[in-house]
Write a protein that binds this ligand. Structure first.
Ligand SMILES: NC(=O)c1ccc[n+]([C@@H]2O[C@H](COP(=O)([O-])OP(=O)(O)OC[C@H]3O[C@@H](n4cnc5c(N)ncnc54)[C@H](OP(=O)(O)O)[C@@H]3O)[C@@H](O)[C@H]2O)c1
Length: 232
């Protein structure tokens, strides 16, 4: 009975934590995981009517770049065994070569690269065995795939996130924690003024399936939501 309970527990995924869950891809991920009967813990700075209408447990005032936000996250989730941790929160600011702004480059680095690493650091002791970490990165973080230049802060921050993801994959492998680095596609959200070619719902459903399938054999992969393996 005890053995059966242990085995069942280790193969059933239950608890998913998602950052930046109040809108865009984060909100769509909340809905995608709820549709598959996961318990979703939706972290955000401020909730939204759409998020409040879901079955997720909503945890507000979680700015992933602030010490208080990370501490509040830890306190709110302290009794939780986390099966899937999704670092989704991100920002895009314009940085052309003719209009470089060091402040917004740093801001993007803090939100897109540093914060996901600090979130993992805060929550790593609560990750189940096995567990999955998903980093919502961007194809724009690929150095070899850069065909259009520009977007300095965004590209630099997502490349840095990819580097952190690979180190996490190596460092957490012995704990059976896999790490997936994902490009959601060009998605119709506020970030791109809804100019994308795929809806947040469609992107999130694909990401949800990929994250559920993620395991130790593909840890450290950089994957498009369409399943394509992306170059670094
Ligand atoms: N849309 C695309 O085409 C695309 C393509 C490639 C990658 N991505 C990546 O996908 C992820 C989601 O993007 P999206 O398109 O859904 O963008 P979005 O609609 O602009 O949503 C961004 C989310 O991140 C949250 N966020 C930003 N800064 C935060 C902070 N300091 N602390 C906590 N939450 C913060 C926002 O919360 P607030 O409401 O409080 O601002 C919001 O929930 C990002 O990592 C982005 O880089 C998007």
């Amino acid at each position: 009975m005890q053995v059966h309970k242990l085995l069942t527990r280790s193969f059933i995924l239950n608890n998913v934590v998602i950052t930046g869950a109040n809108r865009g891809i984060g909100l769509a991920l909340v809905n995608a995981f709820i549709a598959k009967d996961f318990n979703v813990y939706a972290l955000c700075r401020r909730s939204s009517t759409e998020l409040d209408a879901t079955k997720a447990k909503v945890i507000t005032e979680i700015d992933v770049t602030s010490e208080q936000g990370l501490l509040a996250m830890k306190v709110n989730l302290q009794d939780l065994s986390i099966d899937i941790l999704i670092n989704n929160a991100g920002i895009l600011r314009s940085n052309t070569l003719s209009e470089l702004n060091p402040e917004t480059i740093l801001e993007q680095f803090k939100v897109n690269a540093m914060a996901p690493l600090l979130v993992v650091d805060q929550l790593k002791s609560q990750l189940a065995t096995p567990a999955k970490i998903a980093l919502i990165s961007s194809r724009m973080g690929s150095i070899s795939d850069n065909s259009s230049g520009g977007a300095y802060g965004y590209r630099m921050s997502k490349s840095a996130l990819n580097a952190a993801g690979m180190s996490l994959a190596k460092d957490l492998a012995s704990l059976q924690i896999s790490v997936g680095i994902y490009h959601p596609g060009w998605v119709q959200t506020d970030m791109v003024n809804h100019s994308g070619d795929i809806s947040a719902t469609d992107a999130a459903v694909k990401l949800c399936d990929l994250i559920i399938e993620q395991n130790m054999s593909n840890t450290g992969s950089f994957t498009h939501s369409n399943g394509q393996n992306l170059p670094w």
